[in-house]
Every structure is written in C-alpha cells, then in structure tokens.
Design a protein around this ligand. Structure first.
Ligand SMILES: [Zn+2]
Length: 231
C-alpha cells in the first residue's frame, strides 16, 4: 500500500487506527560487474512491500539517493550520491510534516551500510527507527565471508533469490581486500583507486539463490520483530 497512491482523505482514515510509516531508502550505486545500480533500492522496496502487505502499514515514496564511498562516486560510472547533511535533512524534513499530521513511527529501511549513510538516517529524528537490513547472522550460511560486504556472496545471493533476471552471474568476479586496508575508504578518508578494484568487495561467484533465500528470510524476520514492537 503506497502512501502516494492514496487520496489525503484516505490517509486521514488510516491515521485513525495506525501511526507507522515505512520509508525505503535506496542508492544509485555501482554493484560490481554483475548487479545493477538499483540493487539496494529494489531490495529495500521489496521488504517494505511485504511488510505492508502483512501488517497493513503504508509505504512512503522511496528516497532514491544515499551517501556513498567517495571512491565509487568518483570513478564508478553512473554512481552518484548526496552528503550526510542532505540525507539527514531530507529525512528530518519529510518526517516533520508527517508528524504534524499524526504519524508517529518511521521505519527507514536501508540495504546500504555506508557508515555516514546510516548515521544520517539515525541522526535525522528520534522518531525514525533505522533498519540496516543485512545486519543479521550469516556466518553459518556464507562460505567465504562472515557478513555482508558489497555486491558479494551475501548480497548477490539475495538478488539471485529475489531478482534472478537482474543478476549477470557470467560477469561476476571475486575481489577481496583486508578490512584494515579498506577502512580508510569506508571512513571516506581516501578516494584513490584500489589495486584490482572492480566494484564489489567479497565473493560474488559463489552466491546462490539457496543462500539468498535463508538470508532474506532472516532479514524479513528481523524487520518484522522491529515492526511488531510498534504495531
Ligand atoms: Zn548494496
């Protein structure tokens, strides 16, 4: 149920029994050689749509831009993003008006884990609950990683499960770098080219839809547990 597909009078009715709103937060960000730039966006939207279906909660229009690695913004064609301040202000602004009308709980659902991106969502308002979708136990499922990295064994598996037609497994390549070597990039302190970097970080080639199914079910279970606290 999309908020912007309703009339304002219907939303007034909704607010008589509910006060929650789901906000998918996407990115326009490269996802390696094998996944489209919309990857984070469509997975977040899919999760929100499923929650909406199950709990009858409205889904707000997606925020389509996020805060990216400076390296990706600079060299990865098509990738673009906004600043920490702009993302924080955007969410703060749009929820401010919804709050005046009676909405009380906002769920910002993000598949993108950039530290400044997540911080911007968290800092926007105390009424915004941030869900980092991939922050679920995966060590028992993944073979060569312990958690989600980027366009990797985990994220590619979820895409193979949800949107196999958008995954180009023939083009997938693995790329690994020690966390301490990549940290200055994650902290936005460096934006020079990393040797051998092709966009993904992790083991995309061993992704499967079976792993994706289990990971996605855990992501949904985690989101549902947060939603159920308020609904
Ligand atoms: Zn992603």
């Amino acid at each position: 149920m999309k908020l912007n597909m309703l009339k304002y009078t219907e939303i007034k009715e909704y607010l008589k029994s509910k006060d929650s709103l789901l906000i998918p937060v996407g990115t326009c960000e490269q996802h390696g050689l094998h996944l489209p730039l919309c990857t984070d966006t469509i997975v977040a939207e899919r999760m929100c749509d499923e929650i909406s279906e199950k709990y009858g909660i409205l889904v707000a229009p997606t925020i389509n831009y996020g805060v990216n690695l400076p390296l990706d913004n600079k060299i990865m064609t098509g990738t673009t993003g906004i600043t920490y301040e702009l993302l924080k202000d955007t969410l703060e602004n749009i929820t401010k008006y919804w709050k005046m009308q009676g909405f009380k709980h906002f769920f910002a659902v993000s598949c993108h884990g950039d530290i400044f991106h997540i911080k911007a969502l968290s800092d926007s308002s105390e009424d915004v609950e941030v869900i980092e979708t991939y922050e679920v136990e995966q060590e028992d499922i993944l073979e060569k990683q312990v958690c989600t990295r980027h366009a990797c064994e985990s994220e590619t598996s979820v895409m193979l499960y949800l949107y196999p037609e958008l995954v180009d497994m023939d083009k997938a390549k693995d790329f690994d770098i020690a966390i301490e070597d990549f940290m200055p990039y994650l902290e936005h302190k460096r934006d020079d080219m990393v040797d051998g970097y092709i966009g993904n970080v992790g083991y995309s080639t061993i992704a499967t839809k079976e792993k994706g199914k289990v990971i996605y079910e855990r992501m949904m279970k985690n989101l549902e547990s947060i939603i159920e606290k308020y609904n």
